[in-house]
Design a protein around this ligand. Structure first.
Ligand SMILES: [Zn+2]
Length: 154
């Protein structure tokens, strides 16, 4: 799934729960839940390779744009909230599974990273299905629902 829906859901979780450890756990788990839904993913296969290729820069730019858009939007929505710190913790925690997956590509022999990478791969079986608009609609529904929540309930 794109980073933006993960970030927005993490912000929504963090904006309503006062316990930082619970925010971390729920936002972390929400990542796997969202990845189990039918969703669109852009190609980041160049990041899996150890050797730098031309497409690596383009993939890195896609990820950066996705992160900046999602984090910027979430921060805009929670900036004046008394729960801003929790929301930021939720945003960052929701991305930890992808960070661990990236690290597992770089360190394939790490049992610790494999422990998190295996369930991550297992819940990714409904990605990039056809038609593409169906996958993207899941992302739009998740993003718009969490935006609605952040606007009206935070
Ligand atoms: Zn993921």
């Amino acid at each position: 799934m794109l980073l933006t829906p993960h970030i927005l859901l993490g912000a929504a979780i963090g904006s309503k729960i006062s316990s930082p450890s619970l925010v971390f756990a729920l936002s972390f788990a929400s990542h796997y839940f969202l990845d189990a839904l039918p969703h669109y993913e852009y190609d980041i296969s160049g990041l899996k390779k150890k050797k730098a290729e031309k497409k690596l820069l383009f993939e890195f730019l896609k990820l950066t744009a996705d992160f900046c858009f999602g984090a910027g939007l979430a921060l805009l929505l929670v900036w004046n909230s008394p729960f801003r710190t929790g929301a930021i913790l939720g945003m960052l925690s929701s991305l930890v599974p992808d960070a661990l997956l990236f690290l597992s590509w770089r360190h394939p022999n790490s049992k610790f990273l494999k422990f998190f990478a295996l369930p991550h791969r297992a819940c990714h079986f409904l990605k990039n299905l056809s038609p593409a608009w169906l996958d993207l609609s899941t992302e739009v529904v998740v993003a718009s629902t969490t935006i609605f929540f952040l606007v009206y309930y935070v």
